[in-house]
Design a protein around this ligand. Structure first.
Ligand code: GLN
Ligand code: ZN
Length: 766
């Protein structure tokens, strides 16, 4: 963004090279929208707090859109409608006027109704937030029912197209396709797909109003397993839209995998183009080349990875494109999916090791790669493209011997390394912990106060030294231990005051991992994360948690739990090298954690928790791939914990309660105690676990920490009683749903006091 010298923000026309008719056009499927300096985050949060008005927010949004088009100016085709104040699924709820009743009666403006759906209002619960396929992005789940009537409300889209046109930019608007929109929606009284015909009519109406060359329909739901009826609905939908007269050309995009049987179905419809993810599913190439119907269509070849941060091996991408050139109608070069999932710009990462940085491409660099590939493929120009890109593989550390040692250690892993003593033997050995029935504990973190954050910032900025920082953290740990003793909790934690984030903390301490300064990626709404970058062989130079945990243990005779982040979560919430199977990388992380487990046990820590909140997130989108995934992910957890002596109690924590496909995986982790989210689902999960034959310790959360509400002792007593209906007291643990770091002490103290009281009351009746 820029200002003219008079201080008035002006938006100049965006200059683009004269459009020549090339053999191969260039595009991307979408772009980040939070702003390179998180301008949108700041603007919406200010608006929510009431310190700015809607006009200010809109001005920021307009500027961000113009910035995006300027970033994309080198492309032949620029996607539109990629901006969102919160979430693209929510934008479509608005586009189709599918606003649930409870938000309509609030008497709010359009913008405030939109935010009410995202965030709730007093007494009005927001739409549910769920992960977008297997990414770390979360979307809001549309709520439909059989009386839903879709009506077209295209104001947002139309405004954006007009803004672009004023700047001399023609856009290809991106819409969520009707199948994906409905398949991701929920409805209490009908199959969302039963609303398809009505919805397609509204899409048709919209196409009639758009004065654009192309429209992009995103249908990532097609890379999941789909029934024959759904594939049939797919065919009907796009045949109907293609049959419209006087319409824009239609591009259907699938990504995050192989559309499998949906590919020939889509190819047989009258749509004009398909965008396909050739990064996640390179095996598709021969099938694409062999489909005669694609000889008359445009194929948008997603050869630049939209989800990971490595530079594209341009030679490979070129040869993929060259294979397709002769066999499809027209070829367009693109990213595999929207660039929403990567940070803006690697150029600003001046603190990154240059050997790592030269291997990275964030959104801006990926756009450049697409442009370069387009030039190289266009016969009209004789552009020389430097194809010697450094690959995404490991950066050679100076210490080659150490790297070699990591690889040798992985090669030497034995099946027994993943196997602890039998559960019965372990239970026997752990009797000496002397834990009561219905043992109470917490998940790890205590509130991250403003003071703690400031202390961390002070250390980073050099305003305080390490010794002062350590002293401050120790004081916090001592407070947290004292509080837990006063509350009468049985198994204590140190409270994690020293951790900025459960993944970043470890990434900063492991070799082979880098962290960024400004590599923000939108997670949901205004919330952004900065995933670390796992670029090399992972190893642990020195103990990462032992001093803090030992210090906490020295203050109390009750057991203090050591607290580690598991290997799968360490990968799921990072950008990970893509030159070797994830399984190998996971085992490297697991070995580093295994050493930490050994050091904690050596230091006298009797209970160690290895968190795996992301175990379910990485679950493959197709059923057929899940067993292999669970094998290696569970295997990595077991490698991390398999060295723990029988007398050490291993805990794990999972941040969700709908286990579905992963229930066998949870059993497979073989943890002595598993704590899970359950307060919202009223303990249903216990019945599922019981019927799966789960017999080790289980701690269903009885305190929903995702809400500022303080549950009463009576409420928690009732939850504990209902848990006892399916789970024997010997197996049951009492704890909150998740870590307490996002809550305040004003909520946490009374809530934990009530939790302890409820436990006492139930114990008295056992
Ligand atoms: N131990 C972590 C905490 O309490 C677990 C967080 C999580 O499950 N996401 O904060
Ligand atoms: Zn959790």
């Amino acid at each position: 963004s820029w200002e003219d010298p008079t201080g008035v923000i002006a938006t100049p026309p965006i200059h683009r090279h004269a459009r020549e008719e090339r053999d191969v056009n260039t595009t991307v499927l979408g772009y980040p929208r939070i702003g390179a300096a998180r301008e949108l985050k700041q603007a919406v949060e200010k608006y929510w707090s009431g310190s700015t008005d809607a006009a200010d927010l809109e001005a920021t949004a307009r500027q961000l859109r113009a910035d995006t088009w300027r970033d994309l100016a080198g492309l032949d085709v620029i996607p539109g409608n990629t901006f969102s104040y919160y979430d693209q699924m929510l934008d479509h709820v608005e586009l189709f006027s599918a606003v649930p009743e409870r938000f309509r009666g609030l008497g709010l403006s359009g913008l405030d109704t939109y935010f009410a759906m995202a965030r709730g209002r007093d007494g009005v619960v927001p739409l549910e937030l769920t992960k977008w396929f297997d990414t770390n992005y979360h979307y809001l789940v549309p709520e439909l029912d059989k009386s839903t009537v879709f009506r077209l409300n295209p104001a947002k889209l139309v405004t954006e197209l007009a803004e672009a046109r004023d700047l001399g930019v023609a856009l290809r608007p991106v819409l969520i396709g009707p199948l994906t929109f409905l398949l991701l929606s929920k409805s209490p009284d009908c199959e969302p797909l039963s609303l398809l015909d009505q919805l397609v009519d509204v899409y048709a109406e919209l196409l009639g109003q758009l004065d654009v060359d192309w429209v992009q329909f995103d249908e990532p739901a097609l890379v999941q397993d789909r029934t024959p009826a759904e594939l049939d609905a797919l065919r009907r939908t796009y045949d109907k839209l293609a049959a419209l007269t006087d319409r824009p050309r239609l591009l259907v995009a699938t990504y995050f995998g192989d559309p499998g049987p949906a590919l020939p179905v889509l190819a047989s419809t009258g749509v004009d183009g398909l965008a396909l993810d050739l990064v996640s599913a390179p095996g598709m190439v021969p099938r694409i080349a062999a489909l005669p119907s694609l000889q008359r269509k445009t194929v948008v070849a997603g050869v630049v990875d939209g989800r990971n941060v490595w530079r594209t091996p341009l030679g490979d991408a070129l040869s993929t494109c060259a294979t397709l050139l002769g066999s499809v109608g027209r070829l367009e070069v693109s990213t595999s999916c929207s660039l929403l999932h990567v940070p803006y710009d690697v150029e600003v990462e001046d603190e990154l090791d240059p050997r790592v940085r030269e291997r990275l491409a964030f959104a801006r660099q990926k756009v450049d790669e697409v442009v370069l590939l387009g030039r190289a493929l266009s016969s009209a120009e004789g552009v020389d493209v430097d194809l010697t890109t450094p690959a995404g593989g490991p950066v050679k550390e100076s210490d080659l011997a150490r790297e070699q040692a990591v690889r040798e250690r992985v090669a030497a892993i034995h099946p027994e390394d993943r196997q602890r003593a039998s559960y019965d033997e372990r239970r026997e050995a752990q009797q000496s912990l002397g834990l009561p029935l219905l043992t109470t504990t917490t998940i790890g973190s205590f509130p991250q106060t403003a003071d703690l954050r400031r202390t961390r910032a002070d250390l980073r900025a050099g305003r305080i030294d390490e010794a002062t920082y350590d002293e401050r953290m120790r004081a916090e740990i001592a407070d947290v231990i004292r509080l837990q003793e006063n509350l009468g909790l049985d198994v204590l934690v140190h409270g994690e005051p020293e951790r900025n984030d459960m993944v970043q903390y470890f990434a900063e301490r492991l070799d082979g991992y880098a962290t960024t300064r400004l590599g923000w990626v939108q997670s949901y709404g205004s919330r952004c994360v900065r995933p670390p970058i796992l670029y090399g062989e992972v190893s642990r130079p020195t103990a990462m948690t032992v001093p803090w945990t030992s210090y906490a243990q020295s203050l109390t005779i009750r057991p203090v739990k050591g607290m580690l982040t598991g290997p799968v979560t360490m990968l799921a919430w990072s950008f990970v090298r893509d030159d070797q199977p994830l399984q190998v990388t996971a085992d490297q992380v697991a070995l580093a954690l295994r050493d930490e487990v050994a050091d904690l046990a050596e230091a006298g820590i009797r209970i160690i928790q290895v968190d795996e909140p992301a175990l379910r997130e990485l679950l493959p989108l197709r059923e057929a791939d899940r067993k292999a995934y669970l094998d290696w992910s569970v295997g990595a957890f077991r490698l991390a914990t398999g060295g723990a002596p029988a007398s050490v109690q291993v805990h794990t924590h999972l941040c969700y309660s709908e286990f579905g496909a992963v229930i066998t995986g949870i059993d497979g982790l073989d943890a002595d105690v598993t704590t899970i989210e359950a307060a919202r689902s009223r303990m249903e999960v216990l019945a599922d676990l019981a019927s799966a034959g789960f017999r080790r310790g289980v701690g269903p959360g009885v305190y929903d920490i995702h809400s500022p509400r303080v549950p009463s002792a009576e409420e928690m007593t009732a939850l504990i009683r209902s848990a006892l209906a399916t789970t024997p007291a010997e197996q049951l643990w009492i704890n909150p749903d998740c870590g307490l770091k996002t809550r305040s002490y004003a909520e946490v103290e009374p809530a934990l006091r009530n939790l302890a009281t409820a436990t006492q009351q139930v114990r008295a009746t056992l």
